[in-house]
Ligand binder design. Structure first.
Ligand SMILES: Nc1ncnc2c1ncn2[C@@H]1O[C@H](COP(=O)(O)OP(=O)(O)OP(=O)(O)O)[C@@H](O)[C@H]1O
Ligand SMILES: [Mg+2]
Length: 409
């Protein structure tokens, strides 16, 4: 069981508007990302799994509606809500036609925004349920997180995953963005002796400190404004199972001490509570930051660091294991388009092997997915979507020229 934190991307050149919305959405336990131009927004879409985009209609580099198609080509489950200070029915119709979910006139009340967001999440959820029904067999297979590759250091990762599976010690997973840290965490839990207990995930970077504390330890009714009922924290929910703490490097120092306390004493106390409860949780922490450096700079507690990395797994970047690219390509093609058999020529695979993959396996998966969407049912040419500048400079990805609904997922 994973508690899902939704990610909302706000694309608007009005910084104070972005800030106000971010604060509000963070208080609703959502992760937010902001961009001041459409191109910047597209770059974020190419690197993150975005649930909702709040897209301003008048952007410095174009009309919001013109960015809908490229946004959806990264993930056609993203819900786009157009916002505008100059309501225009024609724009609204155009937005819906190109796949936008809703249209809000600025200024709007936060309650209205909450309602629209709620509706869009419900819509995404029911689409997901339909897909699950339609692809029951496939999704059953998806339950088992498969780690593809054995070369350039991945064999060592696979070996460590097996070791972690028969051991209940804490694990620290490091690696650049997109190397597969979440996947490895899931694989460990899935293979472990506690696989029938919950795996709960949270992202330490996505919530403000006070909310993270409430999220981790739970709270009693009245512990703070808005604490309407006693609520379990994720430590309690993950009892006897696995707690995945993503982006652990972003955990504030005072929360690092609290976490250490729980690991030492195996006890938690809810915010505003008096009673102490015993918990036994395996932590799998992940980070793409250099934690050793943070320890040296006293931004990360050394005692917590050593406690977490009893079992340390470093996932090498894809550029150091390019021999795995052909197998990864075949795997993603089958996973994304199981009912079709798109082909990929050896010369194409060679081009992919000559690229350095700054966004790692996620970038490879995205590029395969884009080529499946745009070259539907034919010969795939993913190399056409390679953009060497995308992950190193601020340059936006080239917007695709057209998008078709991805009917395979
Ligand atoms: N070895 C692998 N085999 C199959 N799929 C993989 C592999 N490594 C990564 N992936 C896929 O690549 C994508 C990115 O992986 P994941 O989200 O685990 O990366 P991450 O390291 O957690 O990234 P970030 O630091 O940005 O959170 C996912 O779709 C994942 O399933
Ligand atoms: Mg991750």
């Amino acid at each position: 069981m994973t508690r899902k934190i939704h990610t909302v991307l706000i694309v608007d050149d009005d910084r104070s508007f972005c800030q106000a919305l971010s604060l509000h959405l963070n208080s609703k336990k959502m992760k937010t990302l902001t961009a001041s131009t459409g191109s910047e927004g597209l770059t974020l879409c190419s690197r993150n799994r975005i649930d909702i985009v709040l897209l301003d209609q008048k952007l410095p580099d174009g009309e919001g509606v013109d960015f809908c198609t490229p946004i959806l080509s990264y993930n056609n489950r993203t819900k786009i809500i157009l916002t505008t200070a100059y309501p225009d029915l024609e724009d609204a119709v155009k937005a819906i036609k190109v796949g936008g979910f809703d249209y809000l006139s600025k200024p709007f009340e936060m309650e209205v925004l909450d309602l629209v967001i709620d509706e869009s999440l419900k819509a995404a959820e029911s689409e997901q349920t339909e897909l699950i029904g339609a692809n029951k067999k496939r999704s059953d297979e998806d339950d088992e997180p498969l780690l593809i590759g054995r070369r350039g250091g991945l064999a060592e990762v696979q070996h460590m995953v097996d070791l972690c599976a028969v051991n209940y010690a804490h694990v620290l997973i490091t690696g650049e963005t997109g190397t597969g840290k979440n996947l490895v965490a899931k694989a460990i839990h899935h293979k472990s002796l506690v696989k029938d207990h919950a795996m709960i995930s949270t992202n330490c970077a996505s919530l403000p400190d006070n909310l993270i504390e409430a999220e981790l330890f739970g709270y009693e009714k009245g512990a703070f404004t808005g604490a309407g009922a006693s609520t379990k924290g994720i430590f309690e929910l993950a009892d006897k199972g696995t707690l995945f703490l993503d982006e652990i490097g972003d955990l504030a120092l005072h929360l690092q001490s609290k976490l250490l306390g729980v690991l030492d004493e195996k006890k938690i106390k809810k915010l505003g509570g008096q009673t102490v409860k015993k918990v036994n949780v395996r932590i799998i922490a992940a980070t793409n930051a250099k934690l050793e450096k943070a320890v040296q700079q006293r931004q990360f507690r050394s005692d917590l660091y050593y406690r977490l990395c009893v079992l340390a797994i470093h996932i090498p970047p894809l550029r150091e294991r390019k021999e795995d690219i052909p197998e990864l390509c075949q795997y993603f093609i089958k996973k994304i388009a199981p009912f079709f058999n798109p082909e990929i020529a050896d010369s194409e695979v060679e081009k992919l092997m000559n690229y350095d993959w700054p966004g790692n396996v996620r970038e490879l998966r995205n590029i395969i997915e884009r080529s499946i969407i745009l070259h539907k049912g034919t010969i795939l040419k993913p190399s056409e979507f390679l953009n060497r500048n995308l992950f190193v400079a601020d340059a936006p990805p080239p917007p695709p020229t057209s998008s078709k609904k991805n009917i395979w997922r």
